[in-house]
Design a protein around this ligand. Structure first.
Ligand SMILES: [Zn+2]
Length: 331
């Protein structure tokens, strides 16, 4: 196309080349716009897309399941794919999960590559139903860069309670769009939840500040708690990186042992969704070097809440349980 234009053009070769290039660009823009419009149609519910009866929402982690239940109340039926103790970094969707995603009125997920094995699936699902990345309203300047993957962000934003508050609005907005007759209710419930989280944020700050300053160190299996550390003033060290996909090497463990022994860390923590071997290895190695570090009695909830009846099945419950475990072990 460019060649033909060039040969027919009466202007110099320089000009014609530029003309051809512009035509290409114009054609490209039209094409991109068409793709954008088609994608846009597939993504939204459309004008006539308001849901009658209960909105069926599918979610990924327990924190997001809870978030959508808090905001949605009786108007929303939530199917959470990942239960208590499930690691979202390595989770692969089953056949029935794919059905639960594509058949839902709306899908809510964390994004920021937390659900690392499901990224392509979310793209496919977005062509069939509404999808919302609940972290979309968190400003980029508040995100921490991933230490494992260049150009990506650390996805564990729920451990800064003031950041998790920012996930409420996108849920309120999307549910209101799907069910306009309940919009006021979503707004009110969202506001109530926001206030609850504001109180929780202050409570966490106060509890963590009760730990002696020199003992505010959080050594865990993987790097889920960097936002927690930033927000509430703790030094955070994880044996594995931000994702649990890789395996911790002997070097990683040795570095953590050095830290534990040199700083005389009183206690280190096992996480519910990560096997305890690495933390146990750190404890054994530290003891070999003469520092008797404890492993906290209770596991921390990192990337998933606890089972029914544990008190940690809700987001606020899991944050409170963690704070109690941390304060008790380090004080
Ligand atoms: Zn994680």
């Amino acid at each position: 196309m460019s060649f033909r234009l060039k040969s027919k053009s009466k202007t110099g070769s320089e000009g014609s080349r530029r003309f051809g290039w512009r035509r290409w660009l114009a054609a490209g823009l039209v094409g991109a716009l068409a793709v954008f419009l088609v994608a846009g149609c597939g993504e939204g519910p459309g004008e006539a897309g308001a849901v009658e009866g209960t909105v069926e929402a599918t979610t990924t982690t327990t924190m997001i399941t809870d978030l959508v239940e808090q905001v949605g109340g009786e108007h929303v039926e939530v199917t959470g794919l990942m239960g208590p103790g499930v690691d979202p970094h390595t989770y692969r969707a089953s056949q029935s999960d794919v059905a639960a995603l594509t058949e839902a009125d709306v899908v809510f997920y964390n994004g920021l590559f937390l659900e690392g094995q499901m990224q392509d699936l979310f793209v496919d699902v977005a062509e069939q139903t509404s999808t919302v990345r609940v972290t979309e309203a968190v400003p980029e300047e508040r995100l921490l860069e991933s230490e494992d993957y260049e150009g990506q962000f650390d996805p564990h934003v729920w451990f800064d309670v003031s950041m998790w508050q920012m996930t409420i609005d996108p849920v309120v907005e999307q549910l209101s769009e799907l069910k306009p007759d309940a919009a006021e209710d979503f707004e009110r419930r969202g506001e109530e939840y926001r206030q609850e989280l504001e109180e929780l944020d202050a409570e966490v700050r106060e509890r963590i500040s009760s730990i002696p300053e020199e003992d505010r160190m959080l050594v865990t299996a993987h790097d889920a708690f960097r936002y927690f550390g930033e927000a509430y003033g703790m030094e955070v060290v994880g044996v594995e990186g931000i994702s649990t996909e890789g395996e911790a090497g002997a070097g990683d463990i040795r570095e953590v042992v050095d830290f534990v022994v040199e700083k005389e860390v009183p206690a280190i923590f096992v996480e519910g969704s990560v096997p305890p071997q690495n933390i146990e290895a750190v404890q054994a190695a530290a003891r070999d070097r003469g520092w008797d570090v404890q492993v906290a009695d209770e596991e921390l909830y990192s990337d998933a809440g606890g089972p029914e009846g544990s008190g940690a099945e809700t987001y606020t419950g899991m944050v409170r349980a963690n704070v109690e475990t941390i304060v008790e072990a380090l004080s």
